[in-house]
Ligand binder design. Structure first.
Ligand SMILES: [Zn+2]
Length: 398
């Protein structure tokens, strides 16, 4: 996702705001419907049923009918995705949207002529029922844009973000398998011992954010100063989001280029076995707080990383059941809760093998993924955490 600054005319701005209003209305309707649902009742309406209801609502209400059906349907689609994320435990439950908060809408089925360049720094995008809106052509537009999202930040600035599925990258062809573990202390640990963290704000920026938050608490409601402080906070947060997105792109590209097979934890399975890293399998100290603070952001980043990997390395990403990967010794395959000394350290109670806990888990993921990869090629190795000689690997592994 790359974001570009939109510069709508006042009339266009009003029309964009109307789209936002429709998207918000439809979203809130969906939230409302799902809030009545309780376990044991007939399931809440899914996307198809909601679309049918939307058609009915449009027939009844002229103001809704006057809006774009694409905008309204996509709001339902966003909601469906938000519910899936909620059930997948990567996001909080979708909530009611207020005016001025996270405003935006999505347009799909974008055609080639819908985005064009007018001059070096100016582009133009066709928005249904709004017309051609100009934007700052601040960097190259990804090829094959199929959809875009228009958003308005709390500072009142409009943006457009284009979504394009990244091209698949060539396989290095070395046969190297890598395991990737979502770490607690770091964002990602690889089976070859590499560890990287998604960037956050710099210390000076964090300090500034803290000052701004305090300022906001003191600022009078509705005052101009309050608006300015809010906008400054939004800009800092956006900077962090941009950095994380950039990190996801770089990390996924690096993995797809360097390794033939990439083993990752299957989030869906993961969520059945543990709610946050280590909380069920190995309830370590500080896990709760840490998970509480970072979980949403990290989980969202992780989901995006896996998604991008699947685009960039199609057919080369193996999702493995993460059960026991953090308590299995990679040297002797002994499984014990006690193996994990702390969040950071792994010490096998059977053989004394010592390792960084996340790297040990990444190695287990790598070995399971390698097993799957052998099977896929007609090998006879049984997939799963198998007992094997210490440090003996079937494939050349990273
Ligand atoms: Zn061991």
């Amino acid at each position: 996702m790359s974001r570009y600054r939109l510069s709508p005319t006042p009339a266009q701005e009003a029309a964009l705001a109307e789209h936002c209003g429709h998207a918000r209305y439809v979203w809130n309707l969906a939230v409302e419907q799902h809030s009545h649902w309780r376990p044991g009742r007939k399931s809440a309406p899914g996307f198809a049923e909601q679309c049918r209801q939307l058609t009915e609502a449009r027939a009844e209400f002229a103001w809704l009918r006057s809006g774009s059906i694409v905008v309204q349907q996509q709001a339902l689609k966003d909601f469906t995705q938000a519910m899936a994320n909620f059930f997948g435990e990567t996001h909080k439950r979708p909530t009611w949207r207020r005016r001025g908060q996270g405003e935006g809408f999505r347009i799909v089925a974008v055609k080639a002529g819908d985005v064009r360049r007018l001059s070096r720094n100016v582009g133009e995008i066709r928005v249904p029922k709004v017309g051609r809106v100009r934007f700052r052509w601040s960097r190259a537009i990804p090829e094959g844009v199929k959809s875009y999202r228009v958003t308005r930040d709390s500072a009142g600035r409009w943006f457009v973000a284009f979504a394009a599925i990244p091209e698949s990258l060539p396989t290095p062809g070395t046969g190297v398998v890598v395991g990737v573990d979502r770490g607690v202390a770091v964002s990602v640990a690889l089976s070859n011992g590499e560890m990287t963290s998604a960037p956050t704000l710099r210390e000076t920026e964090k300090a500034r954010l803290l000052r701004l938050v305090r300022k906001l608490a003191r600022a009078r409601k509705g005052s101009r100063r309050r608006g300015e402080v809010k906008a400054a906070i939004a800009r800092l947060r956006a900077r962090e989001t941009d950095r994380r997105k950039d990190w996801v792109e770089k990390t996924s590209t690096g993995l797809a280029r360097r390794f033939d097979v990439i083993g990752v934890e299957d989030l869906k399975v993961k969520n059945m076995t543990r709610s946050a890293k280590g909380t069920v399998e190995t309830p370590g100290r500080n896990v709760r707080q840490k998970a509480g603070l970072n979980r949403g952001i990290l989980a969202a980043g992780w989901g995006r990383l896996v998604e991008r990997l699947e685009h960039k390395a199609p057919g080369r990403v193996v999702k493995v059941n993460p059960r026991f990967t953090s308590q299995t010794c990679n040297a002797c395959a002994h499984i014990a809760k006690e193996n994990r000394e702390s969040q950071a350290d792994f010490l096998c109670v059977a053989c004394g093998h010592q390792a960084n806990a996340d790297v040990n888990a990444a190695r287990n993921i790598r070995d399971i993924a390698a097993g799957h990869a052998v099977n896929a090629r007609g090998g006879d190795r049984v997939a799963g955490p198998v007992k094997r000689e210490p440090q003996h690997d079937l494939l050349l592994v990273g």
